[in-house]
Design a protein around this ligand. Structure first.
Ligand code: PEP
Ligand code: MG
Length: 898
């Protein structure tokens, strides 16, 4: 079995199809090398070795890979013409992790490996650059100490021993920047760093390059089970046994002087999807300098540089002098890079995120991967590539992450509100969208506010969890490729980065800008599309859905066979849903219509009534209100089917529970306070979710069903009179026995007949039921004999199948998720294994007696992509979800077919 795969010099043992084995990075390096991209030579230790290591331990794994690794190092030495550990002509290497999917900042990297007190002298001689050699050496000890020897600070109160030593020396020398250190300073730092290692770990810093290499390799394997990696894995649902590969590669240096540089670039704009090559670089720097946000990077293209200068309010003269683009200062290398970016995008047929280094005038491509992007960019890029003929329609559809559409559907700032908004500063538009929220300064405190704006000098991988919780991210330092920017785009979260005008004081928890001091909890707003930072709250509006988004939606229609409907309770929701392309309403929860202030009174009177006559009187008041709601919804849907569900919730939800409101009701109804209190007590239930609700209401108080059926039929007739078509589907909730359904059906049919006679006119309607009680799924063949359609209410079905109260599960679900008892919240993602069986069985049994039975789903799961696929697979006719999830469900529905 091969455990080590070599690459370099335009050949490779592996290729891009081997991501699971070589990790994303390793597979890409192999592929790039094979297609003629100049990657520094190296090798990849497979992810299987990581799993072997976790099972068998270090000694046994070391035996298995030792010889292969030694041969692979010899191969690099051959290609580079240098020797690992040699005092005169040393080969230095990097060691990086690489899981099968990109996990930004999660795993550890060691650079400059192979240096020691003797090699550093050789390196200095060879490059004729003492400063560079010693700087590399001190960086190596710092990284190796942190990553391999465990000297990284554990919390924000903990100090980084290396940083502390550097700060000390800067103070002593009266300097501010790392670049101001003299060679002697760097030599002192190396000495002090090694001393710190000895003090902290009790061991000398390893001087043998081979010891260094093995230490780094196993540290990478260990980092797979580190806290950050585990959190990221859990967040994305990646299993632990994927493991990570280790990539070992020859070092090339961007910090060898003014003829060297390093940078990051994207073949298209990761924020908007625009087809423009863009990126950032720094002259005389190492890779991490670009993303660390310590120096503000310059733009790669002239166009990008000019755009940046405009935002940063830098005059053209100053731009050319201080921040010229790579295109302007190294035109030949730029054009070479430009060729490679075109070649790579064509080869991978997707937007690429590349890292490159120029070492003393020679360009090396360090890595390329499919770039992270916002939802908007995802749509635009896929549609553009499809139009260009690079990918097929099907591929364009399959590539989209349905949940990412969410970002496009969410509000942006109201243009009018923006006119009066006070802009306090501007940063880079790192990740588009609008966010309004309250300032927090530490990631682990983001939970403090419902809408938190995480405000940092810069972010690091430790901040991931807080970034995920926050509504928006603001940083004072760092470019478009800084950690904050890249991660925020991946999360689809609004982010403004590199707002240099911000003065952040962590200790005092203040943000000073534009002559004003902000404190924790103060409101600010971020515009991730312009980079504007605004004082206070700003109103937002719904986004416009045109262009590529509309084209994508068109495309979904071409492939999707299962319809998407919406859950909508008001004419307005129905309109929103139609605009998003809903093919009907799958659930109108009529109880939501009673909660409005002017209606709840009539509802309460109905409930308080002791006699059928009293109830009917109150219901007569409710009838016109319901009828006009239905007219509005039917009209908005203009002939598309609308499923109206009869009253579902327990009655106690409608009666007043506070003394003052009870008094008001007593007064209004001219009854005693005691009578009100008695009724409230009477309605009190131990377990209302399993109590007097659903069709149990309609069966005990048939007059409620009568009124609702009348309102629905009359509304349809009224519209018909106006020439507007409607297709009401009347749905009976919470059915468990066929008799429950039959009784309700009879009431509805009798009422409809009566109304038809009164009006001397007719409309078509159907009567179906929700399947949301396990017994109903079991009895589906009997129920289907009477019902025209089924709609799976997976909220209740999940509740009753698991036996988890919908209203109380919040108390234990987080612990269950943390302990791995459940992988996901079953109220969010359909439990296909368990609850899914009931759905499949219910559908099959139902269709066994009524082959043409229409079947849909209207629980929250109807808008969750995986659940949508499940519904398609078992043959549902439609899914129904909240209006804003309709596009997501449409995409998921199309993907399910492909
Ligand atoms: C359901 O139970 O899935 C459902 C759609 O109904 P509700 O959420 O109103 O109980
Ligand atoms: Mg329900």
């Amino acid at each position: 079995k091969t455990r080590v795969y070599k690459f370099g010099n335009k050949t490779a043992d592996g290729n891009s199809t081997m991501k699971n084995l070589l990790g994303g990075k390793g597979a890409n390096l192999a592929e790039m090398s094979a297609i003629g991209i100049p990657v520094p030579p190296g090798f990849t230790i497979t992810t299987e070795v990581c799993t072997e290591y976790n099972l068998l331990g270090k000694a046994s794994v070391l035996k298995k890979i030792k010889e292969e690794v030694e041969k692979a190092i010899a191969n690099i030495e051959d290609i580079m013409g240098t020797v690992f550990g040699d005092k005169e002509n040393p080969l230095l290497i990097s060691v990086r992790s690489g899981a099968r999917v990109s996990m930004p900042g999660m795993m550890d990297t060691v650079l400059n490996l192979g240096l020691n007190d003797e090699v550093v002298i050789g390196l200095a001689k060879k490059t004729n650059n003492k400063r560079f050699a010693w700087d590399s050496y001190r960086r190596f000890i710092q990284m190796y100490g942190g990553v391999v020897l465990g000297m990284k600070p554990k919390s924000k109160d903990d100090i980084d021993p290396f940083e502390e030593i550097m700060e000390h020396l800067k103070e002593k020398r009266g300097i501010q920047l790392d670049t101001e250190f003299s060679v002697q300073d760097l030599q002192d730092l190396v000495y002090d760093f090694k001393d710190a290692v000895k003090k902290r770990t009790g061991r000398h810093f390893p001087t043998d390059p081979w010891d260094q290499l093995w230490g780094a390799i196993f540290a990478v394997f260990n980092s797979w089970n580190g806290n950050r990696a585990v959190y990221y894995r859990n967040m994305h649902g990646y299993p632990a046994d994927w493991g990570t590969a280790v990539n070992v590669q020859a070092m090339v240096y961007g910090n060898m002087g003014e003829n060297s540089a390093t940078g990051v670039c994207f073949t298209r704009d990761a924020g908007t999807g625009e087809n423009v090559f863009n990126g950032e670089y720094l002259v005389n720097a190492q890779g991490e300098d670009v993303v660390a946000g310590v120096r503000t990077p310059q733009q790669i293209t002239k166009l990008g540089s000019q755009r940046w200068a405009k935002l940063a309010r830098v005059e053209e003269e100053e731009r050319l002098e201080k921040y010229p683009s790579l295109e302007e200062i190294m035109p030949k290398l730029f054009s070479e890079l430009n060729d490679y970016q075109e070649k790579l995008e064509k080869h991978y047929r997707d937007m690429q995120d590349m890292e490159f280094t120029i070492q003393d005038g020679k360009l090396w491509i360090l890595q390329t991967r499919n770039g992270k992007r916002t939802g908007a960019a995802m749509v635009k890029i896929a549609i553009d590539l499809f139009k260009k003929g690079l990918i097929s329609e099907e591929e364009a559809l399959v590539r989209m992450e349905p949940n990412k559409l969410d970002e496009l559907l969410h509000p942006v700032f109201d243009q009018d509100a923006l006119k009066t908004a006070h802009i306090i500063a501007q940063g880079l538009p790192a990740s588009p969208g609008a966010a309004t929220g309250q300032i927090v300064f530490f990631a682990d405190e983001a939970y403090k506010f419902k809408n938190a704006i995480l405000t940092r000098i810069e972010t690091s991988p430790e901040d991931l969890e807080g970034m995920n919780i926050a509504k928006g991210i603001l940083t004072a330092r760092g470019g478009m490729t800084s950690h904050a920017a890249v991660v925020a785009r991946g999360m689809g979260k609004c982010c403004v980065s590199g707002a240099g005008a911000l003065k952040i004081n962590y200790k005092a928890r203040t943000l000073t800008v534009d002559g004003k001091e902000f404190h924790e909890g103060d409101w600010i707003s971020l515009n991730g599309s312009t980079g504007n930072i605004i004082d206070g709250k700003v109103a937002t509006v719904e986004p416009e859905l045109s262009g590529e988004f509309a084209e994508l939606m068109e495309l979904t229609n071409k492939y999707a066979t299962m319809n998407v409907r919406a859950n909508a309770d008001t004419p307005n929701d129905a309109k929103v849903a139609r605009n998003f392309g809903a093919k009907g309403i799958g659930l109108t929860r009529t109880e939501h219509m009673f909660f409005e202030v002017d209606r709840i009174q009539a509802m309460r009177e109905m409930i308080m009534a002791d006699t059928v006559k009293g109830r009917k009187q109150a219901l007569a008041q409710l009838l016109p209100m319901q009828r006009s709601d239905f007219e509005g919804i039917f009209e908005a849907m203009d002939g598309l089917p609308v499923t109206v569900r009869l009253l579902d919730p327990p009655l106690h939800e409608f009666v007043p529970h506070q003394l003052t409101t009870q008094k008001d009701l007593a007064e209004d109804m001219h009854i005693s306070l005691q009578a009100v209190k008695n009724k409230v007590a009477e309605l009190q239930e131990f377990n209302p979710m399993l109590g007097h609700r659903g069709c149990r209401l309609g069966n005990t108080y048939p007059e409620i069903t009568e009124m609702q059926a009348r309102a629905i039929i009359e509304a349809a007739l009224n519209l018909k009179a106006k020439g507007i078509k409607s297709k009401p589907e009347i749905m009976v909730p919470l059915v468990g026995t066929v008799e429950e359904f039959m009784l309700q059906e009879e009431i509805i049919r009798t009422t409809a007949k009566k109304v038809f006679r009164e009006r001397n006119d007719k409309v078509e309607y159907s009567i179906g039921t929700m399947i949301e009680i396990p017994r109903a799924a079991l009895m589906a063949n009997e129920i289907a004999k009477h019902a025209d359609f089924f709609s799976f209410g997976t909220n209740d079905l999940t509740q009753m199948t698991f036996g988890y109260s919908r209203d109380d599960a919040g108390k234990f679900l987080p612990v269950y998720l943390e302990k791995g008892i459940l992988k996901v919240d079953p109220f969010e993602v359909l439990d296909q294994e368990g609850v899914g069986q009931l759905i499949q069985m219910g559908t099959e049994r139902g269709r066994s007696t009524k082959p043409k039975l229409k079947v849909g789903i209207c629980g929250e799961h109807g808008g969750e992509p995986n659940s949508v696929e499940f519904c398609y697979n078992i043959g549902m006719d439609y899914v129904s979800c909240s209006p804003f999830r309709v596009p997501i469900a449409r995409l998921a529905s199309a993907q399910a077919v492909i």
